[in-house]
Design a protein around this ligand. Structure first.
Ligand SMILES: Cc1ncc(C[n+]2csc(CCOP(=O)(O)OP(=O)(O)O)c2C)c(N)n1
Length: 623
């Protein structure tokens, strides 16, 4: 086993190409085996194995800076930079993260998770190096999907005019999670597939290859010759015009070729971009055939490629996707927008059935929100389906474009709360806080599948202001037959059970958890439970009545307690002079929550049934 014999990335330098090929194969097997057991990003990692090997032969990760955009493709890098054994603990509590993290390893020079940040980070490092007179190389590896993000272009724009020495490697597999979308990817595909360009490039490259034994100045001359020809035939020369020297496209699975060009351009003292063509899922048939399914996947059987989970309940994502299909049948003005998360947000079937009414705008959350706002303002019933964590990118647009103008846009916010194995970059634990403070915005969280359907219906008929519905990355409560859709006017709560000792105000996923926690405690305490489906506006009437009746109040939410739902209750009590109330806010405290399965993390945070019961009990006993 070649992989087994490797003690450090430095060993790669001594290896022959034959052994490197074997190493690539063994890395593939190790990654497939681990992801099959733990879940994680598979297809993106299988596509960058050769690139990672070549990078580690040309650059020294202890000295140089290698930044992985999104970071979901950093598994081979982690394995080869001293985390071979630890990799077995991928994404588990206390184990290796699924993304690069500075706190995990000295080889991770930048933490990533959200797309399109790598070029900006690379430029910052390069500029700092030059100011401090240091000597290291900076490399950003970015996919064609991440390049659809506006932030990447802000980085390119700045870097291209800076003249700083840095290398951007564009890993082009023509895929985002699903097929990549937009004009830029089309432009890149043109470069990769244009036969005229390829022919001339290959011939020129052959010449440069033959010059390998000659002196470096000759190679540089040949490269300049190649560049001048490219200028004639590459349409647009977008990157050159942005101030980058463009190289490629080359085969991203040929270690020798990759290494040769990386070596060749390493010392060019300006911004440069190397365009490589790779196959997502390379070397694992099921992932090559269905890259979107294997982009990020739960545990699966490596022999069949089938998921091993046997849970029969539907996820909130599925319930949302089905409701959209159902509502669209009766409403031809219903349109849906996603920022590169067609599968993740449950909109795939909708996009197949209503291609003209579904818009994947790429990894472009800010654009997605403004675009959706304009659709909504023009009279279309518009739903933007987006993960809580990625909506953070569009904070300004929610305020400036949507809420300020009172545009009736519906936000379907998925992955709100603890996401589990993807960890702190992906947890959606801030949205109640960052949405609640925005005027004009309705903020809701369903307690179960029926309520999600009814809230979506209510949002679509609510024309007065924007409406946000947030739901967790989890299975629903297991409802098999849906109740009739109801209109749930904003600011109305629902009393679930009566009690005398205290009132529990719970929202979203925590209604069911609190109900079960109270069941555990019913011999000791009698608590009233309220489903606070609206976080904004609050049900003032009911809240005022409850605060008059109870001295002990417990709020429960799957969000940070800082500025979240519980904070809204504290504010209300203070403002309306409900003095001397004993209020406990249960939720996530002031910390970033680490990775691990959702169940394990909820248990650690004491937000599972036992944890909530323990917290309530302690409070009721006056501790
Ligand atoms: C801001 C942001 N939006 C959405 C995502 C979800 N996401 C993770 S990877 C990915 C696709 C990235 O495509 P690409 O950069 O081409 O890499 P590939 O997976 O194809 O290797 C998306 C949309 C994200 N990580 N960050």
């Amino acid at each position: 086993m070649v992989l087994e014999s490797i003690k450090s990335y430095k060993d790669l330098m001594e290896m022959e190409y034959g052994d490197l090929k074997t190493l690539a194969q063994e890395l593939r097997e190790y990654i497939i085996e681990t992801v099959a057991e733990k879940g994680g990003h598979l297809a993106p990692n299988l596509g960058v194995i050769e690139l990672t090997i070549a990078l580690l032969r040309v650059y020294d990760p202890r000295l140089d800076r290698i930044i992985w955009d999104v970071g979901h493709q950093s598994y081979p890098y982690k394995i080869l930079t001293d985390r071979k054994d630890a990799f077995k603990s991928l994404r588990t509590c206390g184990g290796i993260s699924g993304f690069p993290r500075m706190c995990e390893s000295e080889y991770d020079c930048w933490g990533t998770g959200h797309a399109s940040t790598s070029i900006s980070a690379a430029l910052g490092m390069a500029v700092s190096r030059d100011i401090k007179g240091e000597n290291y190389k900076v490399v950003a590896v970015i996919g064609d999907g991440a390049l659809t993000g506006g932030l990447a272009f802000e980085g390119l724009n700045n870097a291209g005019s800076s003249n700083s020495e840095l290398l951007v490697i564009l890993n082009d597999n023509e895929m985002s999670i699903s097929e990549n979308v937009g004009a830029i990817p089309k432009y890149l595909t043109e470069i990769i597939t244009n036969p005229l360009y390829r022919k001339i490039k290959d011939e020129v490259w052959d010449v440069t290859g033959k010059l390998e034994v000659m002196a470096k100045p000759l190679r540089t001359m040949a490269r300049k010759f190649q560049e001048s020809i490219k200028n004639l035939i590459v349409p647009g020369m977008l990157f050159e015009e942005l101030g980058f020297s463009y190289f490629g496209p080359i085969d991203g699975h040929n270690i020798k070729e990759l290494e040769r060009i990386l070596d060749d351009i390493k010392d060019i003292k300006q911004p440069k971009i190397l365009h490589i063509a790779t196959h997502k899922g390379k070397g694992y048939k099921f992932a090559e055939d269905d890259a979107p399914k294997f982009h990020g996947i739960g545990a699966f059987d490596p022999e069949t490629g089938e998921k091993t989970s046997t849970v029969k309940k539907k996820t909130y994502t599925e319930v949302f996707g089905e409701a959209m299909l159902e509502f669209a049948e009766k409403d031809d003005k219903l349109v849906a927008i996603t920022a590169a998360m067609l599968l993740g947000t449950g909109l795939y079937k909708f996009s197949q059935k209503y291609p003209r009414r579904c818009f994947d705008v790429g990894i472009a959350e800010e654009h997605a929100v403004v675009f959706s706002a304009a659709l909504a303002n023009s009279g279309l019933n518009t739903v933007i389906a987006i993960y809580s964590t990625f909506l953070q990118r569009a904070f300004d647009q929610i305020i400036h474009d949507v809420a300020l103008q009172k545009i009736p846009l519906t936000f379907a916010i998925d992955r709100a709360g603890i996401v589990g194995s993807d960890g702190p970059t992906h947890n959606g634990v801030f949205d109640l806080s960052y949405l609640r403070m925005i005027p004009n915005l309705v903020v809701a969280a369903p307690k179960d599948e029926d309520e999600l359907r009814s809230l979506l219906h209510t949002a679509l008929s609510w024309q007065e202001s924007p409406f946000a519905i947030r739901y967790t990355r989890s299975y629903g409560t297991g409802i098999t037959k849906y109740a009739e859709i109801r209109n749930l006017p904003p600011g109305t709560w629902e009393k679930i059970s009566e009690g005398d000792d205290a009132v529990i105000l719970a929202c979203g996923s925590m209604v069911d958890i609190s109900e079960r926690a109270l069941n555990q405690l019913k011999k000791d305490f009698s608590c009233e439970l309220v489903n606070c489906r609206y976080i904004k506006p609050l049900d003032d009437k009911m809240l005022s009545e409850l605060l008059s009746r109870f001295n002990r109040v417990i709020t429960v939410e799957e969000n940070t307690v800082l500025g979240g739902f519980g904070a809204a209750i504290l504010e209300y009590a203070a403002k309306n002079k409900f003095n001397n109330k004993d209020i406990l806010n249960i939720g996530i405290t002031d910390e970033f929550v680490e990775h691990g399965s959702r169940d394990v993390i909820l248990e650690k945070l004491m937000l599972d049934v036992n944890g909530v019961a323990t917290q309530i009990k302690k409070f009721m006993k006056g501790n």
